[in-house]
Design a protein around this ligand. Structure first.
Ligand SMILES: *Cc1c(COP(=O)(O)O)cnc(C)c1O
Length: 395
């Protein structure tokens, strides 16, 4: 027996729910790549991306996922044999570092902990020891989607400046752009990367990079540049070369619509909506955790991301039963643990095109599962989420 007919709720941290309007915008015939309004659309999207990253620098669009955007960022500013520092706080900066290693970059990992954010003081200490200035770039994820942490990017940037170190600061915003505040120029970020399928509510397949003045000044000397990723090749007047070939037309139609939706709602409301819905999830998890069977992966409340909540199962309890119950019985898809949390955690995403009923529905299904499977938990998690929203969302 199941209660899962109707629309499936996709509550995983990417890809996220694609709005119907975005799907509909994609449902049209292909157009001439030399006309059909595409050059104007590209210009408008590039301008909007820089507006989202909050930079006066340039943005670039790649037909790629986040992994592609990582490679684009690395190859445009680094050379073989150069060294970088990767700030661990989960899976994703490490993955970016692994890509760098494969490209022939020397990678040093600043050891972190999967249960907490990067500590800015540790970065300052490490950089002060690098008297020769060997470290050329620092890689960090704003939100690590595996651990559920949000790193304090402005504090990290201040630590780099306090050490008087010239390394480029490169930030992965795949799981935070257009969901949580990101201020590329104001925070002193040199390179930012993102992708279309999370906060940007678009089909997977688009990767984005934004580059500030310092990164663009180093770019001509980077010997890892390749024809496809190269910024210079994409900066010319010729529209075709802005994609190093045929533009991803339908992905662009979808993205254009998603960006229109973002401006129509306004970034301030989007950030607030994410914070309120994230806190609703946290209120529920906090109550459930009283049963001792599960807990937040991120120990410090202030370090929990507003886009994804990672729930650790205690005492070696397998999270798969609960995940499967939510999916098979209730039609709610929640995320599995990945990396070091494989087989140990569940992830509830609250990222992108989400509203109160989607989040409350997801939480409700999880609570149904906790009850049905006899997993000990504090009673009233969903009620706590409802109470929170009722207090905060004023008439
Ligand atoms: C999803 C994600 C990525 C990887 O994106 P793909 O599109 O799967 O390559 C990178 N970084 C973060 C923080 C992510 O959440």
């Amino acid at each position: 027996m199941t209660v899962r007919a109707g629309r499936e709720f996709l509550s995983i941290p990417g890809p996220t729910t694609i709005p119907d309007a975005v799907l509909q915008a994609m449902h049209q015939p292909a157009v001439d790549i030399y006309g059909g309004g595409l050059p104007q659309m590209t210009d408008s999207i590039l301008a909007d991306l820089s507006r989202l990253f909050r930079t006066k620098g340039r943005s670039y669009i790649y037909i790629a996922n986040g992994h592609g955007a990582w490679e684009a960022a690395l190859t445009n500013v680094l050379s073989r044999g150069e060294k970088i520092l990767v700030l661990e706080s989960g899976r994703f900066a490490l993955g970016w570092g692994e890509a760098a290693d494969r490209l022939g970059i020397k990678v040093e990992i600043l050891k972190g902990d999967w249960r907490r954010a990067v500590r800015p003081a540790e970065i300052e200490e490490r950089l002060k020891k690098d008297k020769a200035g060997e470290i050329r770039a620092i890689l960090v994820a704003q939100v690590d989607t595996a651990s559920g942490v949000v790193n304090d990017i402005p504090a990290i940037s201040r630590a780099v400046k306090a050490a008087g170190h010239p390394a480029l600061l490169m930030v992965d915003t795949v799981a935070s752009l257009s969901c949580m505040k990101f201020e590329m120029d104001e925070w002193g970020i040199d390179v930012a990367v993102s992708a279309g399928q999370k906060g940007l509510m678009t089909s997977p397949g688009l990767g984005f990079v934004a580059a500030g003045a310092r990164a663009r000044a180093i770019h001509p000397k980077a010997d890892l540049r390749t024809p496809y990723w190269d910024w210079t090749a994409r900066e010319g007047e010729e529209h075709y070369m802005k994609y190093a070939g045929t533009p991803p037309e339908h992905l662009l139609f979808g993205l254009r619509k998603a960006l229109d939706m973002i401006w129509a709602e306004g970034l301030e409301n989007i950030f607030l909506r994410h914070r309120l819905l994230a806190e609703a999830v946290r209120r529920a998890v906090s109550v459930w955790s009283e049963g001792q069977a599960l807990n937040f992966n991120i120990a410090e409340p202030g370090e929990r991301s507003d886009t994804v909540t990672t729930i650790l199962m205690n005492g070696g309890r397998d999270p798969e039963q609960l995940r499967k119950y939510c999916n098979d019985k209730c039609g709610v898809v929640i995320g599995i643990g990945i990396g070091a949390l494989t087989g140990k955690a569940l992830r509830i995403a609250h990222m992108g095109h989400v509203n109160a009923p989607m989040v409350l529905g997801t939480l409700g299904a999880v609570e149904v599962g906790l009850n049905a499977l006899g997993i000990p938990h504090g009673k009233g998690g969903v009620q706590a989420a409802i109470d929170w929203l009722g207090e905060q969302v004023k008439p």
